[in-house]
Ligand binder design. Structure first.
Ligand SMILES: Nc1ncnc2c1ncn2[C@@H]1O[C@H](COP(=O)(O)OP(=O)(O)O)[C@@H](O)[C@H]1O
Ligand SMILES: [Mg+2]
Length: 231
């Protein structure tokens, strides 16, 4: 479904992504873990065309979309939930969702999204700034879904959320997967990644250095954590 091959990305003279290889099969959840600054956000920004990769391929169902403009990547079926959510504070919940709408949704209609996120329904008239962190995260996901994407890129959705809300988030991510959405999940929260992902990837200095199922990862966790994840 989504396959990244030998992706290199620079910010000016800084060589950030140094040959990222990553495959997310259709209907699966793949998580990318890694310390701060290793290039996780740059990876999703490169996929979206927000920073054009220098070389390598981004294959969406076999079509190379590397370097496409962000609106074309979105039209091809990739939705992006950015780090920090980036909700519009002065727009209402419904207006924030509609920002993501390119044409009337067929799969993820606003009605269905409000069913999926009952707390957003209760707050549909509220402004973005009035929402809790968890509600803002759900809103950012709803705004991505309303474009009826094939693939959703989630950049650190658990950031700043209380454990109970993270559990809710895990349930939402699993539900999306069950509904056929393919998910690339960037996380620092290993518990969340382990709970939802079919496959875990670890990034170090702009490369994927480790891939395993959550079961295998758990068996090797202490060593892997020390080697690649703890500061
Ligand atoms: N817009 C930018 N311009 C220059 N350097 C950047 C920019 N964004 C990120 N970087 C650098 O790229 C590296 C990877 O950043 P990022 O992809 O955000 O890491 P992560 O998401 O894994 O924490 C870091 O060293 C960061 O300082
Ligand atoms: Mg990041």
């Amino acid at each position: 479904m989504l396959r990244i091959e030998g992706l290199h990305t620079h910010y000016g003279p800084s060589h950030i992504l140094q040959g990222v290889d990553l495959a997310v099969p259709r209907g699966r959840i793949c998580a990318v873990l890694g310390r701060n600054g290793v290039g996780k956000t740059t990876t999703v920004r490169s996929i979206m065309g927000l920073v054009p990769p220098t070389s390598g391929r981004v294959l969406l169902d076999g079509q190379d979309i590397a370097g496409w403009a962000p609106h074309l990547v979105a039209r091809a079926g990739v939705a992006y939930v950015p780090e920090g959510r980036l909700i519009f504070p002065d727009l209402s919940v419904l207006e924030n969702i509609r920002v993501g709408e390119r044409r009337p949704a067929k799969v993820w209609t606003v009605e269905r999204l409000l069913e999926l996120f009952p707390s957003l329904r209760e707050r549909s008239g509220n402004r973005g700034w009035q929402l809790s962190g968890g509600e803002q995260q759900m809103l950012a996901i709803a705004r991505a879904l309303v474009s009826d994407p094939r693939v959703v890129l989630l950049d650190e959705p658990s950031q700043g959320l209380a454990p109970l809300v993270v559990r809710e988030l895990a349930a939402v991510i699993k539900r999306l997967c069950a509904e056929g959405v393919t998910i690339l999940l960037i996380e620092q929260n290993m518990k969340l990644a382990e709970a939802v992902a079919d496959e875990l990837h670890i990034m170090v200095k702009g490369r994927i250095v480790y891939v395993a199922s959550p079961e295998v990862f758990r068996a090797e966790e202490e060593e892997i954590r020390g080697r690649y994840l703890t500061v």
